[in-house]
Ligand binder design. Structure first.
Ligand code: GAL
Length: 990
C-alpha cells in the first residue's frame, strides 16, 4: 500500500500537476506536501517520500557504512567498530550476511557459536545508537567465496525480526538479494519482464514478510541501467521492493586501475557522475538512495601492496560524498566503512587476504584522515535537518565569480534554508580556486564574502555553503566556512565552523547585535564585527587553530581550521540514532571520542588518546562541573566563555614484542611418498563418472573436489597407474592466483606458479627425471591451492582437475582426493567455522591449533628454510601481555628473501590470517585482530611453507605493532571461547 500523504487533488490541480511517464504524480513546484508519503502497508514506523526516509515521524539523513561481521570473527571487536562509526556522526551502518559462514552443510545452520551469533551486532547497534541496514543476501557478492552462496534466508529473517525498529530495535530497512538487477529482459526501458527473476524476488520478499520483517524492503541496482524493482518505474510489478536504490563506484571498485573498465567507461580520477536524472526518472517518489557508494576499493591479487589509499583517500571522501548531496541524495551507505580480512577461505579468487578496502576504518582498525574527512561531513548531515527536504533549484557556474567553480543550489521549500554545494566545474581538476558566491538569503541576495576575502577550493575539494541554517531558534544567515556541527547547550547553540588553515572566513548571524572574540587564536584577534539591521557579520582574515566567538543572542561559534576540526566530536547523551542536538556535547582534542554520559555533575567521556599530552576542551551544560576521561577525573578549568578544559596525560605503555625465533618444523606433504597410506577417513575415492556441474571434465573419473564434498583452500589428488608412462597432461582449475605442484613416486615433477588473472592451467609434465615403476603401482600426487569460488554465475565453476591423461600408453586406475577434514560432512571446529581450513596434512591433523604437542618435532626456523620442492609446517608459541585500557593492534609481516616461488599460509591460534603468495601478489603485511591473538597469554603461530620449485623456501616472519592508544575500548578481553584447542580426534585424519 502506498499512501498519498497530505495529497489533495484540489490543491494538485491548482499547482499545475504534471503526470510524468511512469504515472507518478508530481507537483512542479516541488512542495513537500505534494509528494506522496509512502509506507509498506504494515505500519508507519518507517516512511519515505521523494525527499528522505522518516523513522518514527522524523526525517532521517541516512549516513551509513558497511562492515561484514564474518570478516572480523571477534564479537568484542564489533563494539570498537560500531563505536567508531557512531563517533563519526553516522546515523546507521549496513552489513551483509554470508550463508557459507553459517552453514557447513545442508543440515547445519549455526547462528550461535562465537561470531556466528550476529545478534550481538544488532544489540551493540542499539546500545551505541545506530540504525541498521540489514542485507542478508542470499547472494551477497562482496568478493566473498562464491559470493556467499547459497541460501540461509529463512532462519536469518526470524533472528533479525526482533531487532527491527518496529519492535524496539534499530534495523530500519531490509535488503532483498544483492545487485539483482534482473527485472527486465534486455533494455530496461522496454520493460519486458523477466518472469522467473520476478518470481524469485517475490518469493524472497514473501519469506521475509512471513518471518516478521515488517520494515521497508529495499534493493540496490548494480548500476543505472538495470532499473529493477522500483515501484515508480513499474508500478505494481511482481518482485518490486519498497525502496529501490542504486550502487556506484565512480573511482573504480579495484585498486588495480587496469580493471577499471565497464559501466563507468574510461577511468578518469576524480570524475564525478550524474545520478540526478536517474533518480528523477526511476524513483521520483522515493529518497535518492545509495545502498552502496564507494567507501574505497578492494585490492586484487595483482594490486599494489597496502591497497590504494592514495586514489580514494580523504580528498575522494570530501569531493564525492558532497557530490551526492549536491544531487539531493539523502541516504548513503559506504561500501566498505570497515573492510576487514579475508581470513580462512572467505575470499573469492579476485581478492587477496586483505579486504582493507582502503576504507575510512582500516583493516587494523586505525582511523586517519579519510575517517576524519568522512566524519566531518556525516556530523554535518546529522544536524542539518533542512537537508532532508530539498529541491535542486539549479546547477551551474553562474553562482560563482569564478567560472572554474560550479554550484548546485538545494533549497528547502518549507524553511527556505539553502545549501550551495560548490565543486570544480571540471571535477578532476585539482587547482586552488578562490571565488565569491551569489546566494539568496532571508536578508536578501548577497555576494559572499561581502567584506573582503574569498571562498577557496583547494585541490580535490568541494564545500557546502549554507544559508539560513537553523540552530534551534537561531539562524546562521550564511557562512563561507562549512558547518561541522552544532549543539544546543542549555538551550543555546554552540556552532562549529571549519575551513582550510589560513583561509579567510565570513559568517552572518541573525538577531545578534554584538560579538566578541573569546580566544587568542592568531586569526581571531584580527576578526571584525559589522552589525546591520538583521544581525552581525563576522569577518576573519585567516583561520588558524581554533577561535571562539560569543554573541549577545547567546550563540557561541567555534571556528576551526581543518587539522583542529578533524579532532572535534559531538558525542550524544542519548543513544537515539538521530543524535538529538539538545543532548549533544562538543569535545575538542582527542584522537577519538566514543561516548559521553552524565555522571552527576560530572561528564564521563570515553575515547582514545594518541598524543602524549592532549588538551581536551568540552562544551557542555553549565551544570557540568567536572569531566572524567575513561573513568579518571580530570583537573578541569572553566574558560571565560564557559567551556571546560583539561590536560590528559596518556600512559600508553611501550609494548615489547617477541622476536619469533624459536620454531619447530615437520614435513607436511607425506602424501607424495609411495609409502604413504591413503586408506584413512581423510581420503575419498574419486569414482564419479558423471557430474551435475555444467562444466564437464575432459577425462574421467570426475576430479572436481566439490563433487566429493571438499570446497576450501588446499586439496590433494593421488592418481594410481600400474604401467610405465612418460608424462602426464593435467588441466587444473583453482581460481585466479591459484597454483599447483605434482610429484611422481615422491619425485618432484613441476609446478604451476600462478598468475593474478588466470584461474586454470594446463601443463604436460615429463617423467624423465622421476622413477617410474613397471612392476608396481605408480603414484602421482597433485597438490592444489584453491583461491575460492568465483562470483555470480561463475560460482559453480569447478575446482580441481579438468583433465588428467598419461602419455606413453598407461592410464590411471584409481584416484583419491583429500581436502578439509570431513569435507562438508561434519564440522570439527564450529567456532572457526566451515571456511576456516583446507586439506593440508597440517590442517587435517590440527597442527595449526593451540594445544597440539610438537615436542617430538625438530627445531628449525622458517627463515632457515629448506631446499627442494615440498611443504613444511612450522610452529612457534609466544606469550602476550597487553595491558587493559589500551587498544593495541598488531600485524605479521612476511618476507621471502630467497625464492619467490613459494605459497605460504599463516595460522594464528588456528585462524588462517595470511595467504602470502609473493609470486602472484604483493601483500606482505597481515593485521590480526585481538581475540584471534590472545593478548593475555599464549599464542600459537603456524606457518605452512610450500616451495613450488627445487629452489626451496625461506620465509621471515615478524610481529609488528600497528598502533597502541590509550582507550576506553580495551583490546584485552576474555576471548578464550574463540580459540578452541586441539583434540585427539584429529589424529585419524593422517
Ligand atoms: C558491488 C557489490 C558488492 C561488492 C562491490 C565491489 O557491486 O554489490 O558486493 O562486490 O561491488 O567491491
Amino acid at each position: 500500500m502506498r499512501i498519498l500523504g497530505g495529497f489533495s487533488w484540489v490543491s494538485a490541480l491548482t499547482l499545475s500537476v504534471c503526470l510524468i511517464g511512469n504515472g507518478v504524480v508530481q507537483a512542479q513546484n516541488g512542495s513537500p506536501s505534494q509528494w506522496p508519503l509512502h509506507d509498506n502497508g504494515l505500519n508507519d514506523v518507517v516512511q519515505w517520500d521523494h525527499y528522505s526516509f522518516k523513522v518514527n515521524g522524523q526525517r532521517l539523513f541516512v549516513f551509513s557504512g558497511e562492515l561484514h561481521y564474518w570478516r572480523i570473527p571477534v564479537p568484542e571487536v564489533w563494539e570498537d567498530l560500531l563505536e567508531k562509526i557512531k563517533a563519526a556522526g553516522f546515523t546507521a551502518f549496513a552489513f551483509y550476511g554470508n550463508w557459507a559462514w553459517h552453514s557447513a552443510n545442508n543440515h547445519t545452520l549455526d547462528f550461535e557459536t562465537g561470531a556466528h551469533n550476529f545478534e550481538r551486532l544488532l544489540e551493540t547497534a542499539k546500545r551505541v545508537g545506530l540504525y541498521v541496514i540489514v542485507r542478508p543476501g542470499p547472494y551477497v557478492n562482496a568478493e566473498a567465496n562464491a559470493g556467499g552462496f547459497p541460501l540461509w534466508l529463512t532462519t536469518v529473517h526470524t533472528i533479525t525480526s526482533k531487532h527491527l525498529v518496529t519492535k524496539g530495535g534499530t534495523a530500519f530497512v531490509y535488503q532483498i538479494e544483492n545487485e539483482y538487477g534482473e527485472q527486465w529482459v534486455g533494455d530496461a526501458s522496454k520493460k519486458v519482464p523477466n518472469e522467473s527473476a520476478a518470481r524469485y524476488m517475490a518469493l524472497l520478499e514473501a519469506s521475509a514478510r512471513d518471518n516478521g520483517i515488517d520494515v521497508p524492503l529495499i534493493h540496490n541496482n548494480p548500476n543505472m541501467n538495470s532499473k529493477s524493482w522500483s515501484q515508480d518505474f513499474a508500478p505494481n510489478a511482481t518482485g518490486n521492493v519498497d525502496v529501490s536504490g542504486v550502487d556506484s563506484y565512480p573511482s573504480c571498485w579495484s585498486c588495480n586501475l587496469d580493471e577499471c573498465t565497464g559501466t563507468n567507461g574510461e577511468y578518469v580520477a576524480y570524475q564525478v557522475v550524474n545520478y540526478y536524472d536517474y533518480f528523477k526518472n526511476t524513483t521520483p517518489t522515493e529518497p535518492s538512495f545509495f545502498p552502496e557508494f564507494q567507501g574505497g576499493s578492494y585490492n586484487p591479487w595483482g594490486g599494489p601492496e597496502g591497497g590504494c589509499p592514495g586514489d580514494i583517500g580523504a580528498d575522494f571522501a570530501n569531493l564525492f560524498y558532497r557530490n551526492l548531496i549536491s544531487q539531493r541524495v539523502t541516504a548513503i551507505s559506504l561500501y566498505m566503512m570497515y573492510g576487514g580480512t579475508n581470513w580462512g577461505a572467505f575470499a573469492a579468487p579476485v581478492v587477496a587476504t586483505s579486504y582493507d578496502y582502503s576504507s575510512p576504518i582500516s583493516e587494523n582498525r586505525k582511523i586517519d584522515s579519510k575517517y576524519y574527512e568522512t566524519k566531518n561531513l556525516a556530523m554535518f548531515t546529522r544536524v542539518a535537518k533542512d537537508l532532508t527536504i530539498t529541491n535542486r533549484v539549479e546547477n551551474s557556474t553562474s553562482y560563482s565569480t569564478n567560472s572554474a567553480i560550479a554550484t548546485s543550489e538545494l533549497r528547502n521549500p518549507d524553511t527556505n534554508a539553502a545549501f550551495y554545494v560548490t565543486i570544480h566545474s571540471y571535477s578532476p581538476s585539482s587547482t586552488k580556486e578562490s571565488f565569491q558566491l551569489r546566494v539568496s538569503t532571508s536578508v536578501g541576495n548577497l555576494t559572499i564574502p561581502q567584506r573582503g576575502g574569498s571562498i577557496f577550493l583547494n585541490g580535490h575539494q568541494s564545500k557546502i555553503v549554507v544559508t539560513d541554517f537553523a540552530m534551534g531558534k537561531q539562524i546562521l544567515t550564511y557562512s563561507t566556512a562549512e558547518v561541522l556541527t552544532y549543539a544546543l547547550i542549555d538551550g543555546h547553540p554552540v556552532l562549529v565552523l571549519w575551513t582550510g588553515a589560513g583561509e579567510s572566513t565570513e559568517f552572518h548571524l541573525k538577531g545578534a547585535t554584538k560579538g566578541a572574540v573569546r580566544s587568542q587564536s592568531v586569526g581571531a584577534t584580527n576578526a571584525t564585527f559589522h552589525a546591520d539591521e538583521h544581525g552581525i557579520l563576522t569577518s576573519i582574515p585567516a583561520v588558524n587553530g581554533m577561535a571562539i566567538f560569543e554573541f549577545d543572542n547567546n550563540v557561541k561559534v567555534i571556528v576551526a581550521d581543518k587539522p583542529t576540526a578533524y579532532l572535534i566530536w559531538a558525542p550524544n547523551l542519548s543513544n537515539d540514532p538521530f543524535g538529538p542536538v539538545d543532548k549533544s556535547v562538543i569535545v575538542v582534542g582527542p584522537y577519538l571520542v566514543r561516548s559521553a554520559s552524565p555522571d552527576g555533575h560530572s561528564l564521563s567521556l570515553k575515547g582514545d588518546i594518541l598524543a602524549n599530552n592532549t588538551i581536551i576542551e568540552v562544551f557542555a551544560s553549565k551544570e557540568v562541573r567536572a569531566v572524567s576521561w575513561n573513568g579518571k577525573g580530570l583537573r578541569t578549568q572553566r574558560t571565560p566563555y564557559g567551556s571546560l578544559k583539561a590536560g590528559v596525560a596518556s600512559s600508553t605503555p611501550k609494548i615489547t614484542l617477541p622476536s619469533l625465533d624459536s620454531w619447530k618444523v615437520h614435513d607436511s606433504l607425506p602424501e607424495r611418498l609411495p609409502t604413504y597410506k591413503d586408506d584413512g577417513p581423510a581420503w575419498i575415492e574419486a569414482n564419479h563418472s558423471t557430474t551435475p556441474n555444467p562444466t564437464k571434465p575432459d577425462t574421467l573419473p570426475v576430479l572436481y573436489v566439490d563433487d566429493y564434498g571438499f570446497h576450501n583452500s588446499f586439496h590433494l589428488f593421488r592418481g594410481y597407474f600400474e604401467r610405465p608412462a612418460t608424462a602426464v597432461n593435467l588441466a587444473v582449475q583453482g581460481g585466479m592466483a591459484f597454483g599447483w605442484s605434482a610429484w611422481l613416486n615422491g619425485d618432484f615433477l613441476g609446478s604451476y606458479l600462478g598468475n593474478s588473472s588466470v584461474g586454470t592451467a594446463n601443463m604436460t609434465l615429463s617423467f624423465e627425471n622421476a622413477t617410474v615403476h613397471s612392476n608396481r603401482s605408480n603414484i602421482l600426487l597433485v597438490a592444489q591451492d584453491n583461491t575460492g569460488h568465483d562470483l555470480r554465475a561463475a560460482a559453480v565453476q569447478p575446482r580441481g582437475i579438468l583433465r588428467a591423461s598419461l602419455e606413453g600408453g598407461a592410464s590411471f586406475t584409481k584416484w583419491k582426493i583429500a581436502g578439509e577434514v570431513n569435507g562438508e560432512r561434519q564440522q570439527l571446529d564450529p567456532v572457526r567455522g566451515p571456511l576456516s581450513e583446507g586439506g593440508l596434512t597440517a590442517e587435517r591433523l590440527g597442527w595449526h591449533l593451540p594445544g597440539f604437542d610438537d615436542s617430538a618435532w625438530n627445531s628449525s626456523s622458517p627463515s632457515t628454510g629448506f631446499s627442494g620442492a615440498g611443504i613444511s609446517f612450522y610452529r612457534t608459541t609466544f606469550a602476550m601481555n597487553i595491558p587493559t585500557g589500551v587498544d593495541a593492534s598488531f600485524a605479521f609481516v612476511l618476507n621471502a628473501p630467497a625464492s619467490r616461488k613459494v605459497r605460504v599460509q599463516l595460522f594464528v591460534n588456528g585462524y588462517q590470517y595470511a595467504r602470502f603468495n609473493p609470486w602472484v601478489g604483493n601483500e606482505v603485511r597481515f593485521p590480526v585482530p585481538p581475540g584471534v591473538l590472545n593478548y593475555a597469554g599464549d599464542n600459537t603461530v603456524g606457518l605452512s611453507v610450500w616451495a613450488q620449485s627445487e629452489e626451496g623456501a625461506k620465509v621471515d616472519v615478524r610481529l609488528e605493532q600497528e598502533y597502541a592508544v590509550e582507550s576506553s575500548w580495551s583490546s584485552r578481553f576474555e576471548s578464550e571461547y574463540l580459540r578452541p584447542r586441539w583434540t585427539a580426534e584429529r589424529l585419524q585424519y593422517v
